[in-house]
Design a protein around this ligand. Structure first.
Ligand code: ASP
Length: 599
């Protein structure tokens, strides 16, 4: 703050004034908002707030009658300029908690610049306010400490990113916002093109293809703090427009990209004061993550890992387990430890597993003789019960939780149960954060719509293995995970046009379709493409983690609401029929454009 220079409306910043400034012969002028006003024994006290902090103004009725009169009528959030003499506060009036608590400005001249309506919520505290009201009155909300702090931290984070990348020779290049569809797996936002009636631009889901062209163009090291747009169905804490730190490098392998990303993130964490395990971060294969944690973004800050107990149940007659195993599924479990869990909590965990697609959750407490206290214990043989206990390394008193289902569902359900238990039990260490990489993803996954394949990352990711066997093919993709949250991902790319064409074919595109949609990329790959790779980090989520906020809306100056609306400006809104005519569009009645479930 101290580096802020004064400007026309102030000689000093409020929050900078100190005892050492007392007795200066030069009067002090400050400007800002009325944070609080108190009338006290004839004196009026005003806390004046500017971006640097607060200073107390005092108005004496005899010494400055006019200023005192104006001050008396001030209301919270009025904007004022005050000139006076900085004095020491009287005996017993010093506030040792505030940086300016030893001084006050004895005001001789006060100008009310703008008067303020009664604020919709108090600015001088961070208490809970309905989010819709906050979003509608964002200017006032931004004055509140939590949000203004978050926006400054966001600036520090992007500055830290730029610092590391600038030093490492990366060039910041802007890429278009009006473009063609970029396939990151979401719907595009479309922009009608007035000058080409009936045609549309798409907003970029990421700068993916442009950054690859920059590599073919010899830029070698590119980055951008880029806005991306994805028209996804409503999901808590997703924004239709969001920010990525996007980078790409040429003549690199995985190690190069991971190393620069670790350097960027290490500096970000340092600047944000976040305690994270030191880089280089461990790399876990996708397969290991799925089998130990049930998902591809493992929260490695605590144990309660999953285990496959299917082997112990190979010959079981119990129909829930038998059914899952016979249909190619699994029985997976976790050992929740020696805890007495009330029935209500077991029911809540069962509901949670069901919400993640599982038919149910089997619970069992291990008894002294190796028996199970469990609704299903009686359906299993002694050997089966002992086998499960051994597979989960359980001992007397331990609670075992099991799910029998397809591998994907068992993983999803148990990982949700695991996270819930971790939080409920306080197993997540306070203040210690944990980063790691997940690597070796499958290249493709079955596409439930077409019955074919879809790329798990995106179809420009380099495959590793035999292209003739899409089911077992791995990709050279990597995700960076912090505390069980994916904060970024990237890959080494395909730089060989033939391989690229083949991958597009595997995901169901004809040669003509590939040429029509991605001809510009295929052409560039034929024009001398270096091996290249990169990554994108989700800046909103990263800042939210650094700021300790759960919602990314709390670290974005002007976010959309959870239902993708902008309560501030009223967007999205209707447009004038004349505007529609100009772009050659006609509105259908709303019920004809409503989405059908299979949409
Ligand atoms: N474009 C990718 C994404 O948005 C990131 C990358 O592969 O670099 O997820």
């Amino acid at each position: 703050m101290t580096e802020l220079t004064p400007n026309s409306y102030r000689t000093r910043w409020a929050g900078d004034l100190r005892e050492s400034d007392v007795d200066s012969p030069v009067p002090v002028t400050v400007s800002g908002w009325v944070h609080r006003r108190r009338d006290h024994g004839g004196l009026v006290f005003v806390d004046l707030r500017d971006r640097s902090g607060l200073v107390q103004l005092v108005f004496h009725p005899e010494e400055a009658a006019e200023a005192h009169g104006v001050a008396h009528a001030l209301r919270s959030e009025d904007v004022v300029t005050a000139t006076g003499v900085l004095v020491r506060r009287g005996e017993g009036q010093v506030n040792t908690d505030a940086p300016t608590g030893a001084v006050e400005l004895s005001v001789t001249k006060l100008v009310l610049i703008s008067s303020a309506e009664t604020p919709p919520f108090p600015v001088d505290e961070d208490g809970h306010v309905d989010e819709l009201i906050r979003l509608k009155n964002r200017a006032v909300d931004i004055r509140r400490p939590a949000l203004s702090r978050a926006l400054r931290l966001r600036h520090e984070v992007t500055r830290a990113i730029r610092h590391v990348l600038d030093t490492a020779g990366f060039t910041d290049v802007e890429t278009p916002v009006l473009t063609r569809s970029t396939p990151e797996g979401a719907r595009d936002f479309l922009v009608p093109a007035r000058t080409s009636p009936g045609e549309f631009f798409a907003l970029p889901q990421s700068p993916q293809l442009f950054k690859q062209l920059l590599m073919v163009g010899g830029i070698e090291r590119y980055y951008q703090i880029a806005r991306c747009f994805r028209d996804e169905d409503l999901r808590a804490d997703r924004q239709p427009e969001f920010t990525q730190m996007d980078l790409e490098m040429s003549f690199v392998e995985e190690d190069d990209v991971l190393e620069i990303t670790e350097r960027v993130l290490t500096h970000v964490f340092e600047v944000a004061g976040l305690q994270v395990n030191p880089a280089p971060w461990a790399r876990m294969t996708h397969a290991e993550s799925m089998s130990r944690f049930g998902n591809d973004r493992p929260d490695t800050r605590f144990g309660l890992e999953l285990a496959d107990v299917g082997q112990a149940l190979g010959a079981t007659e119990f129909k829930v387990f038998r059914g899952a195993l016979d249909s190619g599924g699994v029985v997976w479990g976790l050992n929740a430890g020696n805890v007495e869990v009330p029935r209500s909590e077991l029911d809540a965990l069962t509901d949670l597993a069901k919400r993640h697609g599982a038919g149910g959750l089997v619970w069992a407490f291990v008894e002294a003789d190796g028996g199970w206290r469990s609704p299903v214990g009686k359906f299993l043989s002694d050997d089966e019960r002992a086998g499960v206990i051994a597979a989960l390394s359980a001992s007397e008193g331990d609670l075992m939780l099991l799910v029998a289902d397809s591998q994907a569902t068992a993983g999803a359900a148990l990982s949700a149960v695991r996270i819930d238990l971790g939080q409920r039990r306080g197993l997540v260490p306070d203040g210690l954060h944990h980063a790691l990489w997940v690597t070796d993803f499958p290249m493709f996954e079955p596409d439930s719509n077409s019955g074919g394949w879809t790329a798990l990352h995106h179809p420009f990711t380099a495959p590793s293995g035999d292209l003739g066997d899409p089911a077992s093919l791995k990709s050279r993709a990597y995700d960076i995970i912090l505390d069980g949250v994916e904060i970024g991902g990237g890959s080494i790319r395909i730089h060989d046009p033939e391989t690229q064409a083949k991958v597009l074919e595997i995901i169901g595109m004809t040669a003509a379709e590939s040429e029509e949609r991605f001809g510009f990329l295929l052409r560039a790959l034929r024009q001398g493409a270096p091996p290249h790779g990169g990554i994108a980090l989700g800046v909103d989520r990263l800042v939210a983690l650094c700021a300790g906020h759960d919602s990314i809306r709390d670290v974005i100056a002007f976010p959309k609401s959870a239902s993708s609306q902008d309560p501030l400006t009223g967007a999205p809104g209707e447009v004038d029929p004349a505007q529609l005519k100009e772009i050659g569009l006609q509105r259908l009645p709303v019920d004809r454009v409503q989405r059908t479930p299979e949409d």
